[in-house]
Design a protein around this ligand. Structure first.
Ligand code: NAG
Ligand code: NAG
Ligand code: NAG
Ligand code: NAG
Length: 701
């Protein structure tokens, strides 16, 4: 009887599985959906534009998951496909095993971008959705590197460098700079040789990137070379690239490394590329050009600096977004008093500056204080745009307080920015302290306005949190020419509101500092009146008034045509459109999308945007009752794991955890207060202890 039932159940189960399989397999392809490419038509098909190709196996579960998404993507993109010259295609790697082996397909599904001359890069974003695939297609159709037809007859190829020659280069034999790449290979002669790289998923892709880099750098008189680490193990190990010599694990995460050789230098001539491997050539090109330029400490004139700070910030210039957004660090000296040793510090700056994008090093033999003042004064011409508001005035005293320094020192100017910075170098010691100088540089090391993306948001939010309390993000779009032009206007409005706020922030800091000064002076007076010992008075006089520079704004823009999933990903709810501004409080989990009156924050209403900045940071100076209401972001930006991830991993316990976290947050202030009271009490008790009254006190506890 029981076996009967068992059998029936089994056959029912089999039936369900069969039905499910049929249902899965029965996703009908849309009309006109193309057959997979084969080795016969692959080359010919590639010749007509860009292709995004899904290399799949009919047996892999992830491939089957992707199949219906791929069909939908193809269907939705059909029209745009002709317009943008990008086609979604497939290759069945079971039927076309030869083709997949030629293309070195090692895992399924492998979604890759091809142009007529071959493989460009992989699309590795996961999970792969219709939206993310289409966004990829749109992005790549506009990337001029992809259509570079003459790349294969590239004017200058990367040089094959052997270990000994490399050692000579870094010992001072190089007369031009060299950017050198290091590969986990034995026999890569030409950069584009077909080589089997072991355990290096990114190697093939980087071969093309390297070609693009070689081509672009040859126009800059920077040579490129490549070195086989498996053939030159000693050199590579010395350089710290031991993993390129020997496979240490089987994750396939070895990556080609890159370093710059500076010419005519017998020491410190090799600078490592500071970031991980990327298919995008721009980071490498900026690193090589900028670091080589910085290593020469070029002279700059006041006129050039004035032109740079007066530049208009433009969104999407040429290939680089906001290309005129550089930072200029200027070593400023008086030729009458400077000594040769003063210049030594510049040498030590080359390496740390190579790690900060957009930063350029210069020198000048005259004081830049007048330039700095002049530029700052011109900010006031801008922010007095509203005639119905009281005139805002340049505060000479505050300016002097911030810029006082001996020469030599460093000035920092940013493209498009009226506010400059001066390093407080009061002595030789301060001017030779590389750590202190770099700490100061780091504080101001973001460009005037940064592009915000899903991948750099976290870095921006954790950037110098003590000084920069908010990140203000202007929403823009590169969707079409009109939107691009509109985006320039929007970014400039955000800047204007931020300068308007900057004035209020500075005035407030000035007041606070003056209050502290008055208090200090009063304190000294009081001590004198009480005829306190001289050393007490001197101690009081020595107390330094801290140099306040907090509550600064970090500015960014977000291209919503490029970052379609941004809001969802970070749990920012509601509709968001071009023109809107989002403010994120960097020190907690709040974001703000509404102004003090509950309307959407935009840069069209400058005084309300400024008011939002003031209400958040300096509520005592707010004009309207501060009524901004922040939302709790459900994916905390500064925690490694987002709440959503927690739910994902822990199921129901995840939700419980969230509740616990929420309760803790809600209770936070009171338990913190209790902790403080306890601490305070304890301190008191200890003080009593010093007076010799411990025993009695203890008993009372
Ligand atoms: C698409 O790209 C191919 C190859 O680059 C080119 O020959 C063709 O003219 C392009 N078609 C359109 C419509 O742009
Ligand atoms: C390096 O030195 C050589 C020979 O002295 C010179 O020709 C070359 O211009 C120098 N290169 C740089 C970048 O200074
Ligand atoms: C930079 O300026 C100084 C002082 O004017 C001058 O002596 C020096 O030759 C200049 N250097 C270059 C590379 O032009
Ligand atoms: C000027 O400022 C006033 C008061 O802050 C405000 O009501 C008005 O809308 C502003 N005008 C412009 C053009 O921003």
């Amino acid at each position: 009887m029981t076996t009967q039932l068992g059998k029936r159940l089994l056959s029912l189960l089999a039936c369900i599985i069969l039905l499910a399989t049929i249902a899965l397999a029965a996703t009908e392809p849309p009309m006109g959906f193309p057959e997979p490419l084969t080795s016969k038509n692959f080359k010919e098909e590639l010749s007509n534009g860009l292709h995004i190709i899904d290399f799949y196996s009919p047996y892999c579960p992830h491939c089957r998951q992707l199949a219906p998404i791929w069909m939908e993507t193809w269907e939705e993109f059909k029209e745009e496909s002709k317009e943008l010259n990008v086609t979604f295609s497939q290759v069945n790697c079971v039927e076309s095993a030869d083709l997949c082996s030629d293309e070195k397909i090692e895992r399924f599904p492998d979604v890759r971008l091809y142009n007529p001359s071959g493989y460009i890069k992989s699309f590795s974003e996961n999970p792969k959705t219709k939206d993310s695939l289409i966004a990829f297609a749109r992005r790549e159709s506009k990337n001029p590197d992809n259509l570079d037809a003459d790349l294969d007859s590239s004017i200058k190829q990367s040089e094959h460098i052997k270990g000994f020659d490399f050692l000579e280069l870094i010992a001072g034999k190089a007369t031009t700079p060299y950017l050198v790449s290091f590969w986990p290979a034995k026999d890569l002669k030409n950069g584009d040789d077909t080589v089997d790289f072991e355990n290096c998923n990114k190697c093939h892709e980087f071969q093309r990137t390297w070609k693009l880099i070689s081509k672009q750098l040859s126009a800059e008189d920077i040579k490129t070379g490549h070195l086989n680490c498996e053939f030159n193990p000693t050199v590579c190990k010395e350089l710290g690239f031991g993993d390129l010599v020997k496979i240490t694990n089987h994750r396939g995460d070895r990556e080609p490394k890159v370093a710059l050789v500076l010419p005519n230098k017998t020491s410190n001539s090799l600078i490592d590329y500071p970031k991980g491997c990327s298919a995008e050539p721009n980071g490498y090109i900026d690193f090589a050009k900028r670091t080589f330029a910085n290593s020469k400490f070029p002279n700059i004139t006041e006129e050039e600096l004035r032109r740079k700070v007066n530049k208009n910030i433009e969104f999407l210039q040429e290939k680089r977004p906001v290309s005129n957004n550089d930072i200029h660090l200027v070593f400023t000296y008086d030729p009458k008093t400077v000594v040769t040793e003063d210049f030594d510090i510049l040498e030590y700056l080359i390496e740390p500056l190579s790690k900060i994008p957009n930063i350029y090093l210069h020198q000048i033999d005259k004081n830049l204080i007048d330039l700095s003042r002049g530029v700052f004064e011109s900010m006031y011409e801008k922010i007095n745009y509203n005639t119905s508001e009281a005139q805002k005035h340049f505060n000479e005293e505050y300016f002097t307080m911030n810029t006082v320094s001996q020469l030599p020192t460093f000035f920092m100017f940013k493209d498009g920015d009226f506010v400059s910075h001066v390093y407080h170098g009061y002595s030789t010691t301060e001017m030779r302290n590389i750590e202190q100088i770099m700490r100061w540089v780091q504080r101001y090391s973001t460009p005037l306005v940064s592009e915000v993306t899903s991948s750099n948001l976290k870095d921006l939010l954790s950037f110098q949190t003590e000084d920069y309390s908010n990140l203000a993000i202007q929403l823009v779009s590169s969707g079409n020419d009109k939107q691009i032009r509109g985006s320039n206007t929007l970014i400039n409005s955000l800047l204007l509101a931020s300068w308007d706020y900057e004035h209020i922030r500075m005035e407030n800091n000035f007041e606070l500092i003056n209050e502290k000064r008055t208090k200090k002076a009063d304190g000294i007076k009081l001590l004198r009146e009480k005829k306190a010992p001289a050393d007490k008075v001197v101690d009081k006089m020595r107390v330094e008034i801290p140099h306040l520079d907090h509550s600064k704004l970090l500015l960014g823009y977000l291209d919503i045509a490029k970052e379609k999933n941004f809001f969802k990903r970070f749990g920012i709810t509601g509709d968001h459109k071009v023109g809107d501004v989002i403010i994120i409080d960097k020190s907690n989990n709040y974001y703000f999308t509404k102004d003090n009156f509950g309307n959407t924050l935009t840069s069209n209403k400058l005084h309300l945007l400024r008011e939002a900045f003031v209400s958040l940071n300096i509520p005592s100076k707010a004009l309207y009752a501060s009524k901004l209401k922040g939302r709790l972001i459900n994916s905390p930006f500064h925690n490694a794991v987002s709440f959503l991830d927690v739910v994902h991993q822990n199921g129901i316990y995840g939700y419980l955890l969230i509740i616990v976290v929420i309760i803790t947050i809600a209770k936070g202030p009171s338990s913190y207060r209790r902790y403080k009271i306890r601490k305070h009490y304890k301190a008191k008790r200890n003080a009593v202890g010093i007076l010799g009254n411990t025993e009695k006190k203890k008993n009372q506890d």
